[in-house]
Design a protein around this ligand. Structure first.
Ligand SMILES: *Cc1c(COP(=O)(O)O)cnc(C)c1O
Length: 370
């Protein structure tokens, strides 16, 4: 076991790096990277930074990937005080490793943390954690087209205490998981189930925070979607009138006259993929409308021929066309595209930027291996 103390970009923290003696061999790693799937395999190391009410953020470490020891009374296990993030590391043709808009993830994690009464991890520590992990696990970033290393930062209440109050002990972790091309054999449009019985968030709730509880409450609706042959579920607002978002992706409608329409609501997670796609849309002269969007507008717009496309977007699947929306009382079948879908062309442009195939004109990329 080798331990190095490395100065961090932020002068006040020293990183302790402990190499994994049981790291996968190059052959074993290559076998995993040949067919990584999603979220199934993990790299050899992880980042762990402690926080306490008294000591603030301290003891940043890179250590062998492995189980976390928790007291059975750890607050997260009882009251779900937890937030997370998701972003990717992309390998460019010259071998260098980059990530996409990580400051936006860092800032969002701070907003999520605030809502869950967790401490805010400074943006520099967040960015440094990505670099530290790539410094030891860079070989885990796959090279095949449209593959990546999915980065999962998360933070939770570790204090052993059954009273209900914000925990005085919290840990931030970063793990990484190689991800294959999300769609093998081309991107296929997906059918979406409209949940009318369940909502994912309510007014004043935690819908805008990236927190496990939102996912826990979406699982029965997701199961209902599968039962109806749908890949994902779309939630409406509490009144059942307006579109919110999918379980883990934002939703966008495209009109014949070149508008991108996406719901605005304070209970929607602010997607970085969504924000980027809207920017790319504006760049090519599309008009962006971020406002409350009634479900009825989608129904009527498809019937009249005004709405020609719908798509879902998020880091994991990037951008996925929606073929149909099914529900107890609703059925929307999207028309066959007459030419190239706007959604597919935006997807291509976004991934071209992420993989360094076109200039990064918005300065969205950050290098991780230098
Ligand atoms: C993470 C997430 C998204 C997508 O956000 P990206 O930053 O684009 O990955 C959308 N909705 C929910 C509920 C999410 O958790």
């Amino acid at each position: 076991m080798t331990i190095n103390l490395l100065p961090m970009a932020t002068p006040d923290l020293l990183w302790q790096v402990t190499r994994n003696d049981a790291a996968k061999s190059a052959e074993a790693r290559a076998a995993i990277l040949a067919d990584p799937g999603f979220g199934k395999h993990f790299t050899d190391h992880m980042v762990d930074i402690c926080w306490s009410e008294k000591g603030g953020w301290h003891r940043p470490r890179v250590q062998p990937y492995g189980p976390i020891s928790l007291d059975p009374a750890a607050a997260v296990l009882h009251y779900a005080q937890e937030v997370f993030e998701g972003l990717k590391a992309y390998r460019h043709a010259d071998g260098s490793i980059w990530t996409f808009r990580p400051e936006a993830n860092a800032a969002r994690m701070q907003r999520s943390a605030k809502r869950l009464a967790l401490p805010e991890l400074p943006v520099e520590y967040f960015l440094e954690s990505l670099k530290q992990l790539i410094a030891v696990d860079g070989d885990w970033v796959p090279t095949a087209p449209e593959t990546s290393l999915y980065l999962r930062p998360f933070m939770f209440a570790k204090e052993a205490f059954l009273g209900v109050r914000p925990a005085a002990k919290v840990n931030y972790y970063l793990i990484a998981s190689p991800a294959g091309a999300y769609f093998t054999g081309g991107v296929t449009p997906v059918a979406i189930w409209l949940s009318t019985q369940y909502a994912r968030a309510g007014k004043g709730g935690t819908g805008a925070a990236k927190t496990g509880g939102n996912y826990a409450s979406s699982l029965v609706a997701q199961a209902e979607a599968y039962d109806h042959g749908c890949a994902q579920v779309l939630f409406l607002d509490g009144s059942g009138t307006y579109l919110e978002e999918l379980g883990g992706m934002n939703v966008v409608l495209v009109t014949k006259d070149g508008r991108l329409i996406t719901p605005e609501s304070d209970s929607i997670l602010e997607g970085i993929t969504l924000d980027s796609v809207l920017q790319l849309g504006r760049d090519r002269g599309l008009k962006v409308e971020q406002r409350p969007v009634p479900l009825q507008e989608w129904v009527d717009g498809v019937a009249s021929g005004e709405i020609v496309e719908a798509f879902a977007c998020g880091t994991a699947a990037v951008l996925t066309p929606i073929s149909e929306l099914k529900g107890e009382h609703v059925s929307i079948v999207m028309p066959e595209p007459s030419g190239e879908r706007v959604s597919m062309s935006l997807r291509q442009e976004l991934t071209d930027i992420q993989y360094g195939r076109v200039p990064d004109r918005h300065n969205w990329l950050m290098r991780l291996d230098a």
